[in-house]
Design a binder for this molecule. Structure first.
Ligand code: NAP
Ligand code: GLV
Length: 308
């Protein structure tokens, strides 16, 4: 009953140090696919699905090293294999930092002031108070809820949208098509924290941008394939949207001649909003293996019909 880990040497040591003491007794681990007996592999931890996944005929759980599982081609896994996404404190904390920083930067017009600075222009920009800047979050999962919690003390009116109806103190929780329309129409800063699925692919598109309030901004930390690049450029260049912070694009990395690199109203980062932290991620995997062995619910279990 082995846990096989597929990752860079540079990260393996930090995971190994925690696995030594945190994995349940009787569950050895290996970072070397060539030296394990494939029949012994019950648990696999990886970002991508290995090319030779079919050789692990006794696999029970496929763990993602990241929060997303869209990179797995799950139709190659037998139906009985569970897929588990990464739910760990490091990812959560970094996403809270990134989104809070982006929202405050947009709220306080830092993108506009950078343009002023480039022109040596010492001039204030009209500044609404937080109570007048409405925040909308697409996706009320682990990360959507965590960023809303971190934003709450600033006093922004907060809304969020998810597939199922939710109740979160201090947040207007919306769902369904009507809820979606309401969220879009009332988001001065829209944050995308949806998983990539067939339903969410391409949803940040021209019709959505046109229904955001004039002067709205986007913070995109979901997945690149959710965003129509040209539609965003058009909405910015026509002045309907004010600015965008983008952490994810399609493709990654972006080609060097892509217009996002030099757009004055886009802040671009190379998919670093959250980075899985080995010390806490290894604890999360160990705890899930213990849960599995004891017949308890797994944390981050993916619904294989919904793909998130
Ligand atoms: P999660 O806990 O699974 O939450 C997903 C949320 O999206 C849920 O609230 C879900 O609704 C909602 N949702 C999914 N499909 C929907 C649809 N078609 N319509 C309406 N709502 C829908 O996921 P998470 O841990 O918060 O992570 C979210 C995503 O963030 C990941 O999948 C990944 O793509 C991205 N991410 C990015 C980075 C980065 O560095 N940029 C890092 C980590 C994660 P229900 O609650 O009703 O199911
Ligand atoms: C990063 O994008 C992740 O899914 O953890």
């Amino acid at each position: 009953m082995t846990l096989l880990c597929n990752m860079d040497q540079s990260r393996a040591a930090a995971f190994a140090e925690v696995f030594e003491r945190a994995l349940p007794e009787g569950v050895p681990f290996s970072f070397d696919a060539a030296s394990v007996d494939p029949d012994d592999v019950r648990y696999l931890l990886s970002w991508l699905m290995p090319e030779d996944i079919e050789r692990y005929t006794n696999l029970e759980i496929m763990f993602s090293t990241g929060a997303g599982v869209d990179q797995f081609t799950s139709d190659r896994l037998p139906a009985n294999v569970k897929i588990v996404r990464m739910v760990e404190d490091g990812i959560v904390r970094m996403m809270q930092e990134y989104v809070a920083l982006s929202v405050l930067m947009l709220h306080r017009n830092f993108i506009g002031y950078k343009e002023h600075q480039n022109k040596a222009l010492w001039q204030a920009i009209d500044q609404p108070q937080t109570a007048q800047r409405r925040i909308g979050v697409l996706g009320l999962g682990v990360l959507g809820q965590a960023v809303l919690d971190r934003l709450a003390p600033f006093g922004f009116p907060l809304s969020g949208w998810s597939r199922s109806a939710k109740s979160i103190p201090g947040v207007t929780c919306l769902s369904g098509d009507d809820g979606f329309e309401q969220l879009i129409a009332t988001s001065d800063i829209l944050i995308c924290l949806l998983p990539l699925t067939d339903e969410t692919t391409g949803m940040l598109d021209a019709p959505l941008f046109s229904r955001l309030p004039k002067g709205a901004s986007l913070v995109h930390v979901g997945r690149g394939r959710q965003l129509d690049h040209q539609a965003l450029l058009d909405a910015l260049d026509q002045g309907h949207l004010a600015s965008a912070v983008l952490d994810v694009t399609e493709p990654e990395p972006l080609p060097t001649d892509h217009p996002f690199w030099s757009h004055p109203r886009i802040m671009l980062t190379p998919h670093i909003a959250s980075v899985t932290q080995p010390s806490t991620a290894a604890i999360a995997v160990s705890d899930n293996i213990r849960r599995h062995l004891q017949g308890e619910d797994l944390i981050g279990l993916v619904d294989r019909n919904r793909n998130y």
